[in-house]
Design a protein around this ligand. Structure first.
Ligand code: ZN
Length: 214
């Protein structure tokens, strides 16, 4: 699905196709969500512009940033409000791509399990899509962060967890009442991780709903 040598045009095309797919799945309602990937040649970050509908992204719906977060092109639109979190995940987690969805199950479970601080995703075959999880017997805690409009503060809290030697944050996180972030070494990996985590959130949410009716 993705070209190996990403440049601005091919990255915008790949992220646009991801947006159309996510919108079709109900993971990007009402302009929500944001996507980015690193262009390997100079380490610049291509990220969705603020407020654009993700179901029909074109080349002008992206902003190119230098590694320090400053615009790399003249007359640039405003980048996503959550740009600082993308930059943090690139710098500290070594992400080559970051994808962010607002799915129903991610939003519901991020609220439901907020008192526990994580959603337990254990015992599912699809966990094997995540690096470091070799069997379905693995346990993965998807950490929930309190939501905020102060993205610099959020990025600081995420950095602390990424660097936590005892419980390092890996592959994804939930924002309470908000949605899911997933990242990977490149766009294909980030795409695989967010699909796996969205699938698992929906499985756990549906199973929980059935249990409550029994
Ligand atoms: Zn969001």
């Amino acid at each position: 699905m993705f070209t190996l040598e990403l440049n601005r045009a091919s990255a915008a095309d790949a992220l646009g196709r991801i947006g159309a797919d996510f919108a079709r799945r109900g993971w990007a309602p009402a302009t929500s969500g944001n996507y980015s990937c690193v262009l390997p040649e100079r380490g610049q970050l291509l990220i969705t512009a603020s407020g654009r509908h993700k179901g029909h992204l074109g080349p002008d719906d992206f902003v190119l940033l230098e590694p320090d977060g400053t615009p790399a092109e003249p007359d640039a639109a405003a980048s996503s409000a959550e740009t600082a979190l993308h930059l943090e995940l690139v710098r500290t987690a070594g992400a080559g791509a970051v994808l962010h969805t607002h799915s129903i199950w991610g939003t519901v479970l991020s609220e439901y399990w907020s008192h526990r601080g994580s959603v337990e995703l254990s015992g599912w075959e699809v966990l094997k899509a995540l690096p470091g999880f070799e069997t379905h017997e693995s346990a993965f805690r998807l950490v929930i962060f309190d939501n905020t409009q102060d993205i610099t503060d959020l990025a600081g809290r995420v950095r602390a967890r990424l660097l936590d030697p005892a419980h390092p944050l890996r592959h994804g996180l939930l924002l309470r009442g908000h949605g899911l972030y997933a990242w990977g070494a490149d766009l294909a990996a980030a795409h695989r991780h967010i699909e796996a985590l969205e699938f698992l959130l929906e499985v756990v949410g549906r199973l929980q709903s059935l249990d409550q009716r029994a």
